[in-house]
Design a protein around this ligand. Sequence first.
Ligand SMILES: N[C@@H](CCC(=O)N[C@@H](CS)C(=O)NCC(=O)O)C(=O)O
Length: 112
Amino acid sequence: MTSGSIRLYSYWRSSAAYRVRIALNLKGMPYETMPVHLLKDGGEQHSAQFSDLNPQELVPVLLHGSRILRQSMAIIEYLDETWPTPPLMPATARDRQRVRAIAQMIACDVHP
Ligand SMILES: N[C@@H](CCC(=O)N[C@@H](CS)C(=O)NCC(=O)O)C(=O)O
């Protein structure tokens, strides 16, 4: 199911949102950016409107049609599986393992 517009709730300095922007742009996918200012007025991520989208009150959130997607790495996997061309992952299991290991080093170890 690939129909439905894409909206990315994002903050320009967020490395997690940056990952998703990179994936969308590498795939050449049209999307609308919904800015969420993480500092203004104590942080727009804590607003009732945004926490309805993500109770964790973190960006990024990606809306695909009415589907709400959270967690940058899971969003990127969804994008790659739903729009496989051009692929983000290499052809072999060995190379994919290497890419996942590097990505998890950043997302799970460095980022926190
Ligand atoms: N594991 C999450 C991390 C998301 C995350 O940490 N987002 C930060 C910006 S990089 C955020 O929204 N912080 C807001 C806050 O801490 O209040 C993901 O990869 O999506």
